[in-house]
Ligand binder design. Sequence first.
Ligand SMILES: CC(C)(COP(=O)(O)OP(=O)(O)OC[C@H]1O[C@@H](n2cnc3c(N)ncnc32)[C@H](O)[C@@H]1OP(=O)(O)O)[C@@H](O)C(=O)NCCC(=O)NCCS
Length: 175
Amino acid sequence: MQKQRITPEVRIELWDEEDLDLLRLLNSPEMTVHFGGPETEGKILARHKRYYEIAQKGTGRMFKILLLPDLEVVGSVGYWDQIWQGESVYEVGWSVLPAFQGRGIATVATSKAIASIHSEKKHRFIHAYPKINNPASNAICRKLGFSFIGECDFEYPIGTIIRCNNWKLTVGEME
Ligand SMILES: CC(C)(COP(=O)(O)OP(=O)(O)OC[C@H]1O[C@@H](n2cnc3c(N)ncnc32)[C@H](O)[C@@H]1OP(=O)(O)O)[C@@H](O)C(=O)NCCC(=O)NCCS
């Protein structure tokens, strides 16, 4: 008989100035395999600033993921403005700490971030660009109803071209 998994209860909260320690945990070698390895301390501080300022700037939202009932801080999820083939779109991204992976947390947290996008409806499409060899992230796109568009080259981090899958969701489609 197949084992039933209970959907985790998570909350997402806007990233704030107190969340630097979480970013440091997400910057481990294990967590950055698909992003070219850990960033330097200077880059992490700059990323932290971007994360807590982005909502106020109006160019996206970054959240920390909290697992109920104990409100453990288990990862990050967010979206930001991106230009894709000349069109303004939302890009989404997610990370869950190793001890909490495989329970459906990234999927539920990302659905909450997408609900936040639906409440603002600034662009028509949401894209995600997981690396072709990142099965968990590609599975998340599939489970959330994104359409697979095709493979593409993507620059991440700046200066490094990686081979990714381009997934697309129409804003409003998941409501
Ligand atoms: C990718 C990541 C966020 C997934 O987090 P998570 O909370 O474990 O994800 P979920 O449990 O919600 O979903 C993962 C899905 O991928 C599936 N999956 C995992 N490994 C897989 C594999 N090798 N092949 C096929 N599917 C796989 C899981 O079975 C699960 O689907 P299911 O719920 O139908 O069983 C996490 O592994 C992570 O942070 N990795 C490092 C950073 C990263 O790669 N970020 C994403 C960049 S796009």
